[in-house]
Design a protein around this ligand. Structure first.
Ligand code: C5P
Length: 228
């Protein structure tokens, strides 16, 4: 029989983009495909975990054996995440929109003589930071992603401090890399040493499935270490 090192563990994963409505027919979104998060969900399920995958709109089949909740906006994603707690592990790979339109149109915005409508934006909740800072239901292992187009490690380190998560998977998503929507990823894993110092480990280019397997392997070894 296959080894099931995460048997009995609950894992929550966010994936995909969020979609922020402008009016009933228009929205703001981003180029996230959800592939990395879905690969992590499948790998966690294969390792025996009970997996809750909360995904924005994507063009992917639900992974077998995984409980999938489909949401659209960041606010819906946060509500679904909160409802899925408590879990042992939470992995936030979704590309959550930082902003949404402050006043969503109840009807389709029309061209008028008044000119081009200004789109006023407002900040979305930061799901990763919210969950990392929970007092009661904070999962013991919270993992964030840092997708950057420049100064990758520097930005990822700053994010580490700001979000309050335990690990960060940093990846370069600048246009030449093909990471957004593609099948491969080059990642760096940021963790903390005994003294709280940030440790960075860099990996060669891998498929998103290989990245998922690596991450699950790391999770399994951390959990085994800490239960000794
Ligand atoms: O700040 P930034 O969006 O670059 O941070 C990336 C990390 O934070 C990812 O793990 C992402 O899923 C998470 N995030 C979130 N909610 C937001 C923004 C980002 O959970 N509103």
């Amino acid at each position: 029989p296959q080894a099931q090192p995460l048997k009995g563990r609950r894992v929550l994963i966010t994936a995909g983009p969020t979609l922020e409505p402008i009016d009933p027919v228009r929205y703001i979104a981003n180029r996230s495909s959800g592939k990395q998060g879905f690969a992590i969900a499948a790998a966690a399920q294969a390792a025996g975990a009970e997996v809750a995958l909360i995904s924005g709109p994507v063009d992917l089949d639900d992974p077998a054996g995984v409980t999938v909740e489909h949401v659209e906006s960041a606010r819906e994603m946060l509500a679904a995440v909160e409802a899925a707690l408590p879990t042992d592990i939470a992995i936030f790979s979704a590309a959550v929109a930082d902003w949404r339109v402050a006043h969503e149109g109840a009807q389709k915005l029309k061209k008028t003589a008044a000119g081009i409508p200004p789109l006023q934006l407002t900040e979305n909740p930061d799901i990763l930071a919210t969950i990392s800072n929970l007092r009661d239901k904070r999962p013991p292992l919270v993992i964030g992603f840092a997708a950057e187009t420049e100064h990758l490690i520097e930005n990822a380190k700053a994010k580490f401090a700001r979000k309050g998560c335990d690990w960060i998977v940093a990846n370069d998503v600048s246009p030449g890399t093909g990471v957004m929507g593609g099948d491969r990823n080059t990642v760096h894993l940021l963790t903390r040493g005994e003294g709280g110092e940030i440790k960075t480990e860099s990996f060669a280019v891998m498929t998103k499935e290989e990245v998922a397997a690596m991450l699950i392997e790391r999770i399994v070894s951390t959990m085994t270490d800490s239960s000794k």
